[in-house]
Design a protein around this ligand. Structure first.
Ligand SMILES: C[S@@+](CC[C@H](N)C(=O)[O-])C[C@H]1O[C@@H](n2cnc3c(N)ncnc32)[C@H](O)[C@@H]1O
Length: 337
């Protein structure tokens, strides 16, 4: 059976400088280990050569990508029109649009590109602006890319799941997009088991459940446990067990765990149940290390670099980024192995 190899261009959302790219890489690594090769990374986009990957699966999984496109032509500005002129649409109808990614190629006239390529391509295919069978995009980043749109990621479902639209709300809740990215960074394979031992209102468990992962959660606060159960039922995610307990109990009771994705308390609005944060996190890292299957990933947010350093005593740090929440709060999102 032949395996389809494609160059996929991911048009990244501008929500964070690094997270969208980290998410794409992690998802490709998870669904097709070793089969995706990074060909190019430019502001706002990346191109991977992939083998045998379902674009539908990527569309249902990724949170911080805007569009998934098939890369047809990449060229420098000087030769783009000539290179793109060698391409012809393959479908009976097409549409073409051009967009700048950031501030690149201000000198290029987008209307001229669309008009000129549209004129050439209409010799082979019919223009249909409403329902084209091939939707072509010209993206002007450092290079210029001609692509066919394969999927548009629907971010309205993340908006609809915002914490204040759920039956139980608390200010500690993570935004669903960030929760989904964290789940994706954990590289949990289908059939694997994910744990959130500080589940709060259930944001991470909901996102794990919605992409079909097996998950278990716990929290020390009864209100949170009941709230998470209500939120899970409301979300339509698959059935997930939530326990009222200290994280240490959850980790020792639940057997083999393939990944841990969690957002421990910061000692501000989220309670540490009276335990000093450093002490709680020392205990948490040691417990999570014991609970995690060999090679499994821990993805978590912490409020200081000191707590990232503490994690390194127990795990290998794969990657970390800072996320500015507001003027006086920055979190570090870490992927440990
Ligand atoms: C930052 S919140 C988690 C928020 C969650 N990610 C969400 O989206 O709602 C941290 C949670 O840890 C819980 N917690 C604090 N100490 C704990 C412990 N020793 N064991 C388990 N949970 C604990 C708190 O009750 C709180 O709900």
């Amino acid at each position: 059976m032949s395996v389809i190899v494609m160059d996929l261009l991911f048009e990244l959302s501008g929500e964070h400088q690094h997270l969208p790219m980290m998410e794409v890489r992690a998802v490709l690594e998870t669904i097709s280990p070793g089969a995706a090769k990074l060909l190019l990374q430019e502001p706002g986009l990346c191109v991977f050569s992939v083998e045998g990957i379902s674009v539908k699966h990527l569309e249902m999984t990724l949170a911080m990508t805007r569009n998934i496109l098939l890369r047809e032509v990449t060229s420098k500005a000087g030769s783009f029109m000539e290179e793109a002129g060698k391409f012809l649409p393959k479908a009976p109808s097409f549409r073409i649009r051009a967009t700048r990614v950031g501030e690149h190629h201000r000198e290029c006239d987008l209307r001229h590109i669309v008009k000129e390529l549209g004129r050439q391509y209409s010799k082979a295919s019919r223009v249909d602006l409403e329902h084209p069978e091939q939707d072509l995009r010209v993206l002007l980043s450092e290079s210029i890319h001609l692509c066919s749109v394969l999927a548009k990621i629907d971010s309205s479902s993340f908006q609809a799941r915002k914490p204040n639209n759920r039956p139980y709300f608390s200010p500690v809740s993570l935004h669903p997009k960030l929760a989904r990215v964290m789940v994706n960074l954990s590289r949990t394979r289908a059939g694997g088991k994910l744990m959130d031992p500080f589940c709060g209102t259930g944001g991470i468990l909901i996102e794990a459940g919605l992409i079909g992962l097996d998950a278990v959660g716990g929290d020390i606060d009864l209100k949170m446990v009941e709230g998470t159960r209500a939120n899970l039922a409301h979300s339509g995610a698959r059935s997930i067990q939530v326990h009222l307990c200290d994280f240490q109990e959850l980790a020792s009771h639940d057997g083999r765990i393939d990944s841990i994705v969690t957002d421990p308390p910061f000692g501000r609005s989220a309670t540490t149940a009276g335990e000093p944060l450093n002490k709680l996190m020392s205990r948490a890292y040691a417990t999570m290390r014991r609970a995690l299957a060999p090679g499994g990933h821990l993805v978590l947010t912490v409020p200081s670099e000191e707590l990232v350093e503490l994690g390194k005593k127990h795990f290998e740090l794969v990657e970390s980024v800072s996320i500015r929440v507001h003027k006086s709060l920055t979190r570090w999102l870490c992927v440990f192995r």
